[in-house]
Write a new protein. Sequence first.
Length: 584
Amino acid sequence: MSANPSPLSSCSRIDCLGSQISGSQECLEHASEEDFEAYVASVKYGDRITLRQTEVHARRLQLILHAMRNPAGEIEIGSASFQGSTFSGEIKFSGAIFRDNVSFARVRFNHTVAFDTCKFEGLTTFSDCTFAKTPRFTGATFRQYTFFKGARFAEGASFTETSLLRKASFSDSQFSGNARFTDSVFRQRVKFKRARFEDATFTRLRAEDGATFHEAQFSGNVQMDGARVTGTLVLTEVKFESWAKIGPLACTYELDATNSVWDGRAEISAAAMGLNLTGARFEKSADLSVVHARITLANTHFGAPSTVTGVRRLKYSTGQGNTAIFVSSQLPGVYERRQPYVTTLSGTDLTGLTLANLDLSRCKFIDSHNLDKVRLEGRVQFSTSPKGIHFSARKPLPIWWSKRRVLMEERHWRRAHGWRNSWPWDGNTRYRNTPSPESMSHIYRSLRRAHEGSKNEPGAADFYYGEMEMRRHSRSIPFAERAIVAAYWAVCGYGLRASRAIVNLAAVTSVIAFALSRYGFTGYTCSFSQALRFLLESTVALKSNHDISEHLSTCGAFLRILSRVLLPALFGLSLLAVRNRVKR
């Protein structure tokens, strides 16, 4: 039953569009006291209220709400339409139950309004509503679709412990002051597209179907610590003009901050499947702590020294003075990786950036800038080459591979040049074109310098090896230089494979000693052991009591000269390889 004759009847005043109240030809603002008292006497709990395009004074509203209390003492309203009305005075809907659809579209509240612990059981809209003071929705429950699109909050808003059980939209809304969504729960997707905030607090927010802040703007500080997002947290093209603390938070899929702008200091702490910072700009320092995530840093700008750190757990406040921990087991079976990994650094200037405790085995370094100025700290993993004997589809003989750290670009290049079976591939990484040896040589050189800059000489060895490997295969380098590099590789592995140098030293010594024993002497029979002893003594310039040099033939003299050149060189390369592996 309705307390109004017709929801479309307008006030009899010519200049007033307000809806009539029951028993009167005028709206709530213009109705006489007698008509108003008759109206109040006619309403009961569960009735529909239609007070559109009129001025609603707090005193009259409270009398109406008092008349709509059910036997349990609760304010119970059916459907309600307040479209275009203006509320004056301190308005209190606290504890009210709205059984049907409610519309506060284009309403203006000139004073404070309280919807604490209200229950909205139908579709609810506050679209284009204006709140001159701070509205309170503390503990309120919205069971159907809820709209605050285009709403204006002049002095902030309080949505503390609010529950929204269906989709909610705050798109194009403006919050001047502090917008508090502490401990709020969104059971379905919530949208803050193009919303404007000053200070905002989303502490311990729960969004169980994702949250979207696309093109939102925060002119003040923003906090989102202890939040849990099931699905994707979208911060694409968001602008943070001041300090922003995003996290610690848990996100079951991805935190997407593509093309976001961070003018102030940024702190991001997330346990997530992915962290996408493609095209993001950090004008001041950024501190990123990540659990498990796949990190994308393509065309990301860091305007000040920043860090990206992989961590095992994140701590946050529960609100009762205690701390809790985000770990993978708390989120529904989405994490299998133990260490966060970076997928790409393409287009990013790495000057002043520190990467710590991250997996770089699947990272694309191609087209990154100032890679030699990046700092690598903690446990940083790279991809590794195969180990042992492997065959190539393009080479007749097998090759023995020693395990070393390699780039994902080299892995792709090797597979494209006949080593598909021995170089496994991560199918998630894609290249438009096979990287060239020249570009990979530059990347290896930069990573080597980065390690040397951190005084990590042994760690730089593998990248020096990779640099030389790419130079050996580069067609832009003259053939003579490539031949020298190839000989350097074959003899001692670019001064890094001591075992290869020692084997070559032993082989060359044995071959020369054998040749010397067969063809090196005239009129004297020399055994292999005698020739070997003579050879070693000649090489180190020791004089023997049994000098047999007078029996040397012309061939033997040349062999001795050859040994004095080759053997010290090979011995020196063996010592160099050992030193390069152990020096600090």
